[in-house]
Design a protein. Sequence first.
Length: 133
Amino acid sequence: MSFPTHGTGAISDAGSANALQELPYDTPWEVYFDDRGSHDRVARLKQLQCVECGWNECNKKINKLKEHVETAHGLHFCDVCLASRKVFPCEQRLYTSRELQRHMKLGDPDDPELYNKGDQRNKRTPSWCTDKP
């Protein structure tokens, strides 16, 4: 069982079934929260909404959000990152067409997780995204 907390440690001692029933619970993640505020902040992070303008009429469908971001802002998500990166939707990066091409070849130099440095022989290896199915 997981308990995102504020570091109080109090929940570790309150292991009774009655105490757990009182806590906010996230069903898809199977996680209990020690307070409603933490639960609500994580719920907002999980929402699909445009980070550029706050638009959130996509009804939990990523393709609608992708379409909005492209038509309203001229920006794109990396499909591989959307499928593979374990981050909240609001933490996914948006790219111009040119930036997306560079990202697919080289990754993102300002983000070590998404940067293709090549192998030890200094040859270029496939990028983080082109390695994925």
